[in-house]
Ligand binder design. Structure first.
Ligand SMILES: Cc1ncc(C[n+]2csc(CCOP(=O)(O)OP(=O)(O)O)c2C)c(N)n1
Ligand SMILES: [Mg+2]
Length: 320
């Protein structure tokens, strides 16, 4: 079980992850951010639980619903916001946007909007780690929809065959855009597919940060000691639409959305901490205020930051 310090750190991370999504929505509505956000609200326990279980040198690869992973792995909030709104101080110098970043200084291999495309990237990083004997573990975050991409199958097969130090984290939020899982997948749990690749797959509660943390600790330890990959299918739900322009209601019942909101991952951890006398309601309020204020400050600075210079258009585009 994570200790009290770890539990509080995960709570703080989850609050920041949610606040960040709300800020992106605000920037998008005000037409400060042009690319659409893909809200991660509702799924915060996965990013927070997984990243809290990793060593600083471990690596993650993300996908289109990826800002939560960046926040949880330790991205600089100001630089992250700058990238999302195309400012020069961003991770990709303001030219990649929300879905195109990468920075190995905090173990971020990158993200992209091409569904499934970063799964072989994480697998390749795990192969490199095993060849070098560095002891690093790579985590590949993906959505349930990505599990139907051919390249994901290829990467998982290879990872199983070569017992690579990779953890596949499938965030099963029950939908890929407007298509429900039951209309697109023949098995009950995506975790069952791991058997076909020769490694363990587990379907777990993705709204319980502590549980996600514990399962990641086990999977990472196994990967590090040469035991090969694990597939963690984290059951969860996105509270909002698929992207900024989708209300998320046409293809999902209101009762279903409300039911999942009752399983709010932040409230769950908060209530556990309060029940264990590790936190009071007032301390929680103070923590939230501090996180939202930190984010507001970073966002004000990012909005005031310069755009990339036109003459720098080709800088860093070509490898030297
Ligand atoms: C290769 C590819 N096919 C289709 C799309 C269009 N597309 C964007 S997001 C998405 C759904 C992805 O669903 P899932 O993997 O479950 O992630 P979620 O959005 O639910 O987090 C699709 C089909 C794409 N971006 N890339
Ligand atoms: Mg999905």
């Amino acid at each position: 079980m994570p200790d009290s310090t770890k539990r509080k750190a995960m709570l703080r991370t989850m609050i920041m992850v949610r606040a960040f999504e709300e800020k992106l929505n605000d920037l998008y509505q005000r037409k400060v951010m042009f690319g659409s956000p893909h809200s991660y609200r509702g799924q915060e326990a996965i990013a927070a639980g997984v990243c809290a279980a990793l060593a600083p040198g471990d690596l993650i690869a993300s996908y289109h619903r990826g800002t939560g992973h960046l926040v949880a792995k330790g991205a600089d909030i100001y630089k992250l916001l700058c990238e999302c709104i195309g400012r020069r101080d961003g991770y990709s110098l303001g030219r990649g946007g929300k879905m195109h970043m990468g920075d190995l200084s905090f173990g971020f291999l990158g993200n992209t909007g091409t569904v499934g495309a970063t799964v072989p990237v994480a697998t390749g990083a795990a192969l490199a780690a095993s060849i070098r004997g560095s002891g690093e573990v790579a985590v590949s975050f993906m959505g349930d929809g990505a599990m139907n991409q051919g390249v994901v199958h290829e990467a998982m097969n290879m990872a199983g065959l070569w017992k690579l130090p990779v953890v596949f984290v499938v965030e099963n939020n029950l939908y890929a855009m407007t298509v429900s899982l039951e209309r697109s997948v023949a098995v009950k749990h995506l975790a069952e597919r791991a058997a076909g690749y020769g490694f363990e797959g587990k379907a777990i509660d993705g709204n319980d940060a502590e549980f996600v943390y514990e399962e990641t600790v086990k999977a990472a330890a196994k990967a590090r000691s040469g035991g090969g990959p694990t597939l963690l299918e984290c059951l969860t739900y996105r509270w909002d639409g698929h992207f900024g322009g989708d209300p998320g209601t046409g293809y999902r019942k209101r009762e279903e959305i409300e039911e999942w909101k009752r399983r709010d991952p932040i409230r769950r951890l908060k209530e556990k901490l309060i029940a264990a006398n590790e936190l009071t309601e007032a301390e929680f309020e103070k923590l939230s205020e501090t996180v939202y204020a930190e984010l507001d400050d970073a966002a004000k600075r990012a909005e005031a930051a310069p755009l990339p210079a036109a003459e720098a258009e080709t800088d860093e585009v070509f490898a030297r």
